[in-house]
Write a protein that binds this ligand. Sequence first.
Ligand code: APR
Length: 235
Amino acid sequence: MTRIVAFTGAGISAESGIPTFRGKGGLWEKFKPEELATPEAFMRNPELVWRWYDERRQMIKKAKPNEGHLILAKIEEEADYFVLITQNVDGLHFEAGNRNVLELHGNIWRVRCLSCGQRYYLYETPLKEIPPRCQFCGGLLRPDVVWFGEMLDPDILDRAFRESELADVFIVVGTSAVVYPAAYLPVVAKEHGAFLIEVNPEETPISEIADVVIREKAGTGMKRVYEILRERGDI
Ligand code: APR
């Protein structure tokens, strides 16, 4: 049995029209992360942070999974063992059909109440009330995503590391691989003997340790990955 693990970042959703964070046209060119994506920023100005999230939610709602997402769903269908680890919060991997997904940085459609701790999915877009209030207790809600300076869910992170250690093939798609601890995963996989494939139009810190580098966008690049998995007999 071949254990295939895919690890994705914002680049996989770029062809769905969702901007990446870093690089040309990236979100962090227009906005400063510390003004929006930190718990301090949220406590200072929940309305501002929620307006930004409301905009992103509206954009994501219009987006559809692209070829790259769809090929990952096909690989899950055909593989004996497949797990997808994503840094994305847009939920497009689920929409494409992947089921065994670990969302390291949370989900933009989920909210968490700062008063009663309830977590639930809130799909209303645009939001009627900003900041939105908890449907159970009326408390202040926050997006259930991981901000800079926050811990990742330890269970999800543990599982991501375990899967990476056990991977036979590890596919890295569309991540700048500079945000830790997520960026350790490909390194851990490689150290434990995985065959490492990178799909990214740009060079990243992963490029030099990868066994195969595909300098393409996710759609074209994932087609090539699918062929490679076929040729190797992994699927
Ligand atoms: N196909 C594949 N890769 C692409 C494409 C594309 N069409 N377009 C851009 N890329 C690549 C870029 O070259 C870059 O390496 O996607 C990567 C996007 O990098 P980032 O914007 O840094 O996104 P990501 O790696 O997911 O960021 C990690 O940082 O702020 C956060 O929490 C946020 O989860 C995110 C984390």
